[in-house]
Design a protein around this ligand. Structure first.
Ligand SMILES: [Cu+2]
Length: 188
């Protein structure tokens, strides 16, 4: 390689290095992708966009961190038998109701689809005040509702059945107060 050729090769590498340094200094990890508006709107609706900026005639969105997942969860009103010892024998003396599972765990940023069902003989509902989620009354046996939300606040959130017990109308059961569960949203 003659002197001149070596010089221009070094010069080229030097310029390349400078450009690389400028790029990584000012745009660390930046990755910009253009998408059509309807696709962008879909991503926003699915809770996958963390932040939206309006730049003149363009919209810019920042995607949620890669750790966020789509969670398909189910919960139903279960029941069990209360067995007590009567005269030295085990006897069924009652029944109880509870959410199954009683604890749901997701990560902050997850888009959650939660299907709540009521296979029991009375009316119940699922009410999670911390996220303002409410199925309303779920009909006996076949009642089902799907709640879609983004777990955007970390913490522990209690849910309850929001139908007060009324024996006459078949609403809830005597153990209404124990129909509680917890949504745990873990911070990253
Ligand atoms: Cu209930």
């Amino acid at each position: 390689m003659d002197k001149k050729a070596r010089f221009s090769l070094l010069y080229f590498l030097f310029i390349f290095l400078i450009m690389y340094l400028i790029q990584s200094l000012f745009f660390p990890g930046a990755h910009i992708q253009r998408v059509p508006y309807n696709e962008f709107r879909k991503l926003v609706r699915e809770g996958k966009v963390e932040r939206v900026d309006i730049l003149g005639d363009r919209l810019r969105g920042r995607m949620r961190t890669a750790g966020a997942q789509a969670q398909n969860l189910t919960v139903h009103m279960g029941e069990g038998e209360v067995i007590a010892e009567v005269d030295g024998e085990d006897e069924v003396t009652g029944e109880y109701h509870r959410w199954e599972p009683g604890v749901l765990v997701v990560h902050k940023g997850d888009s959650v689809s939660l299907t709540v069902s009521n296979p029991r003989k009375n009316i119940h509902s699922f009410f999670l005040p911390g996220y303002n989620l409410d199925t309303g009354p779920l009909e006996p046996r076949t009642g089902e509702a799907t709640l879609e939300f983004t777990a955007d606040q970390a913490g522990v959130f209690q849910w309850i059945c929001n139908i007060p017990h009324d024996h006459e109308t078949g609403e809830c059961d005597a153990d209404h107060a124990t129909m509680i569960g917890y949504l745990i949203v873990l911070d990253k």
